[in-house]
Design a protein around this ligand. Structure first.
Ligand SMILES: Nc1nc2c(ncn2[C@@H]2O[C@H](COP(=O)(O)OP(=O)(O)OP(=O)(O)O)[C@@H](O)[C@H]2O)c(=O)[nH]1
Length: 340
């Protein structure tokens, strides 16, 4: 039986990793061994660390560029490696600027097509920004096309962060989605909480192949799932080589590091730093040391909001900023001033 592949697509900060974490927890609950491929625009593996920290799942990481166009061979190689481990299901989380149609094409390569089969593409939409992105990103025609393709190719479209908008906005988003995709399931969520059963129905652990397939409800309408225990699996990390390919579209990532020593940041100043970047900053994330806080902080800036969380990240602190036409030199000057 070919390994089912679920592709998670959606723009920057929409809630893809949040969905992946739910899928991994649900997989653990079902006794499934998942294989995970994650792609990051930046050089640092922020999301991969989050996944390992929360679920202990082995992750194939492809950093510093988008696998959708220029780096398809790397995805193919990563999948070939994964297949050898015989996972029950494979999840591929794309960068926010990747076109999922390109990835389904890769799955049909001779080296892969006998081993895996595309099961579904789930596209996550950020309800807070969905309606304004068309105009905000209009200077980047390639990106606008990609965002439309993310909608057009989604078998399931999750309109996430619905807690941040009014009902009328959700209706507007539904109308926009239907323009590009008349057939997908559309689910309105917060924290990407959907009924995962339709995605995972029929996928059974290898050890149980031959036993009857469990029936599951066929609707995506979700209730909040009960907390589940997550299995700690062996962690296999494949850091990518340092590469400097241009990102797909005009969106690019800049990595900012801390000065040597025990430098710490003031959390309010870091939030102001993000805010002052204006609309050119689409996403920022990293692991930082913050004054007055014992634990390393995972900082996430998405949708003009900054979220903080304790982390056990052991490495050198950093922040990855992702945006359109970011002025790297200016950013660097402002960043250094934070430590003054
Ligand atoms: N208010 C709110 N925040 C959310 C929701 N879903 C996710 N977030 C937060 O939004 C931020 C981005 O979520 P991620 O799941 O990392 O988004 P992503 O699409 O994986 O981001 P990138 O891979 O960096 O593009 C995190 O701080 C999440 O906690 C939601 O429904 N409501």
């Amino acid at each position: 039986m070919r390994i089912p592949v679920i592709i998670i697509s959606g723009f920057l900060g929409s809630g893809k990793t949040t969905l992946l974490l739910s899928l991994l927890k649900e997989s653990a609950k079902r006794g499934l061994t998942p294989g995970v491929v994650m792609n990051e625009l930046g050089q640092r593996d922020v999301d991969g660390y989050i996944v390992q920290e929360h679920t202990g799942t082995a992750v194939q990481k492809l950093l510093d560029g988008c696998i959708c166009c220029s780096r398809k061979e790397e995805l193919e190689q990563a999948l070939v490696v994964l297949v050898r481990r015989r996972p029950d299901v494979i999840y591929i989380e794309l960068t926010g600027v990747a076109d999922p149609a390109e990835i389904t094409g890769t799955l049909l390569q001779p080296s892969l097509r006998d081993w895996m089969a595309h099961r579904a593409t789930v596209t996550v939409v950020d309800a807070y920004h969905a309606l304004e992105y068309n105009s905000r990103l209009s200077a980047d025609k390639q990106l606008v096309r990609t965002l439309r393709s993310q909608l057009a190719t989604g078998d399931v479209i999750i309109v996430n962060k619905s807690d941040l908008v009014e009902q009328e906005v959700l209706w507007g988003i539904e109308k926009m989605i239907r323009k590009y995709n008349p057939r997908s399931d559309i689910v309105f969520t917060h924290y990407s909480t959907i009924n995962l059963a339709p995605l995972l129905t029929g996928i059974i652990p290898k050890a149980r192949v031959g036993s009857p397939v469990q029936r599951a409800p066929q609707t995506f309408t979700s209730a909040v799932p009960a907390p589940v225990a997550t299995a700690r699996a062996a962690t296999a990390v494949s850091p990518s080589e340092e590469r400097h390919d241009p990102s797909f579209s005009q969106v690019a990532a800049v990595t900012l590091t801390f000065p040597a020593g025990d430098a710490q940041l003031d959390s309010h100043r870091l939030e102001a730093f993000f805010d002052q970047c204006g609309s050119s900053l689409l996403r920022a994330k990293g692991h930082v040391r913050i004054e007055g806080r014992e634990a390393v902080q995972l900082v996430q800036y998405a949708g003009e909001r900054t979220h903080w969380e304790d982390s056990s990240y052991p490495g050198a602190p950093y922040v990855v900023c992702i945006g359109m036409n970011l002025n790297e030199a200016q950013l660097d000057v402002r960043w250094k001033a934070l430590f003054g």
